[in-house]
Design a protein around this ligand. Structure first.
Ligand SMILES: C[S@@+](CC[C@H](N)C(=O)[O-])C[C@H]1O[C@@H](n2cnc3c(N)ncnc32)[C@H](O)[C@@H]1O
Length: 241
């Protein structure tokens, strides 16, 4: 101890300055690293796991199966050709393939699409870059079913009619559309953005139903999903063309 005290007393002003600078640099590096991890965690939670990890709290950070996947076999004919619009990291496309459906996906975000393509060797060739409302006819169109889960809230209310028309437009006659729509507490939304800063609009299920009726689709089923979230409610809606 006397040894250390003697050494401490011997530090010059320049040495003290270097020590303080070194400590400040480490604090800055750690702060940046913490911020980066926080941002990554937030964006992971925001997409792909939105309906589960944050709202339903199923089995951990990323449940192996999404909440909407429980509806696939009861909603679509066996082996149906299904398009997942806004497929994110591709979890539902994988689930659909596992269930024997002929599944395809579109996703406009490059990073999410890359995650999907790396997820499963069956996905390259089955995932394309496209989004709403300019969906077009991916993979030649003519789908027996479309899944659009936790996506429409990212569209502005003015874009909703064209987006729903586009979803209806890729369906065969008698084709089915399965939607998962959130409703976030209004006071959590600021200028059309959620607390994570993403564009977010609460689209009333009644408006969605009316717009899809204009596009020739009838509501078959509407069901609220029980969630543990006090701020967001989720509804699953099934339509038929
Ligand atoms: C919350 S994530 C849901 C991902 C996936 N559907 C799921 O349930 O796991 C929202 C996804 O919608 C995509 N998205 C955002 N705007 C979109 C648009 N205009 N058309 C299609 N997808 C969009 C995002 O890139 C993201 O992958």
């Amino acid at each position: 101890m006397p040894h250390f005290a003697a050494r401490r007393a011997a530090f010059t002003r320049k040495e003290w300055a270097l020590i303080v600078l070194g400590l400040a640099t480490w604090v800055a590096i750690i702060a940046v690293a913490v911020w980066f991890v926080h941002q990554m965690t937030r964006s992971q939670a925001a997409c792909g796991t939105a309906l589960e990890a944050r709202s339903l709290k199923l089995d951990g950070a990323e449940a192996a199966r999404s909440a909407i996947s429980r509806h696939f076999e009861a909603s679509f004919a066996p082996g149906a050709r299904v398009l997942d619009v806004g497929c994110g990291k591709g979890r539902d496309v994988v689930a659909l393939l596992d269930m024997g459906f002929d599944a395809w996906g579109v996703e406009p975000n490059d990073a999410m699409r890359a995650r999907a393509l790396a997820r499963d060797p069956r996905l390259p060739g089955r995932i394309a870059a496209a989004g709403l409302p300019g969906l077009g006819q991916p993979f030649g169109g003519g789908f027996d079913a479309v899944v659009c889960c936790a996506v429409l809230m990212h569209l502005a209310p003015d874009d909703l009619p064209a987006a729903l028309e586009a979803l209806a437009g890729v369906l065969e006659p008698r084709g089915r559309l399965l939607l998962a729509l959130p409703e976030m507490l209004a006071d959590r939304l600021v200028d059309g953005h959620d607390p994570d800063g993403r564009a977010f609009a609460n689209h009333a299920p009644e408006r969605v139903q009316a717009l899809l009726a204009d596009a020739g689709l009838a509501l078959l089923r509407s069901e609220e999903i029980p969630t543990s979230s006090a701020e967001t409610r989720w509804r699953v809606l099934l339509f038929e063309r």
